[in-house]
Ligand binder design. Structure first.
Ligand SMILES: [Zn+2]
Length: 223
């Protein structure tokens, strides 16, 4: 079974275990009506930095804290920081830290969206000193940043960018220790098999070995 660490699409394209992402809504009406669906699937739930409502974020956090206890929810997130889009960065940082606290209370790992805020991400981890693991998803940035994150104990989840021969993600795949690797499709309508296949080639493993490595990494997060 292929673990797909992060997807926004419910349709399965393979024998895969997906972790379907639920975004906490940013409107009053959305929040009132929000319930987790698909509890037969594995889920992550969080307040995405693009969808922080500057007036309603306390309600958003309350909603998240309420549902996050559900055993179907394996990760808190995606949450994090985005320099290019969403709420002002100081507010993003505050909401991110509050979500880390929820994750700490529940002992669930955090799945992170990060765009051009890696210094901030690393300093938040240093200040908060979480016991729960941090996984940066959809990583496709320079190898130097990957090295820093790996050095600080982060896991990296790589996705569709691996199918581009010129991508940073592919360079990261060549270097990342197997025990820090996850794979995902995110919001792209691509097959997780193709992503695993790329990793099989680069890491020189059999598909069965890779499946086991990634699944063991997940089990090692103590979720
Ligand atoms: Zn996503």
């Amino acid at each position: 079974m292929l673990l797909n660490l992060h997807t926004h699409l419910l349709k399965k394209q393979a024998d895969e275990q997906i972790i379907f992402n639920e975004i906490i809504p940013d409107s009053e009406e959305g929040l009132e009506n929000f319930e987790i669906q698909n509890t037969e699937s594995w889920l992550s739930a969080g307040i995405h930095p693009w969808y922080i409502n500057e007036k309603l974020y306390n309600l958003q956090l309350k909603k998240l804290a309420g549902i996050a206890k559900d055993p179907a929810i394996k990760f808190i997130g995606e949450c994090g920081l985005d320099r290019l889009k969403g709420a002002p960065l100081p507010l993003q940082e505050e909401i991110f830290i509050k979500q880390i606290r929820i994750a700490e209370d529940l002992k669930k790992p955090v799945i992170i969206h990060c765009v051009r805020c890696y210094n901030e991400l690393i300093s938040i981890k240093k200040i908060v000193r979480p016991r729960v693991p941090f996984v940066v998803h959809g990583f496709n940035t320079k190898i130097e940043i990957a090295r820093q994150l790996l050095d600080k104990g982060f896991y990296l989840s790589l996705g569709g960018a691996l199918l581009n021969e010129e991508s940073n993600a592919l360079k990261v795949l060549q270097e990342i220790p197997l025990e820090r690797l996850f794979l995902e499709t995110d919001d792209k309508d691509i097959s997780i098999i193709d992503i695993y296949q790329k990793a099989v080639e680069v890491k020189d493993l059999s598909m069965e070995e890779l499946e086991k490595v990634v699944f063991d990494n997940y089990l090692g997060l103590n979720v």
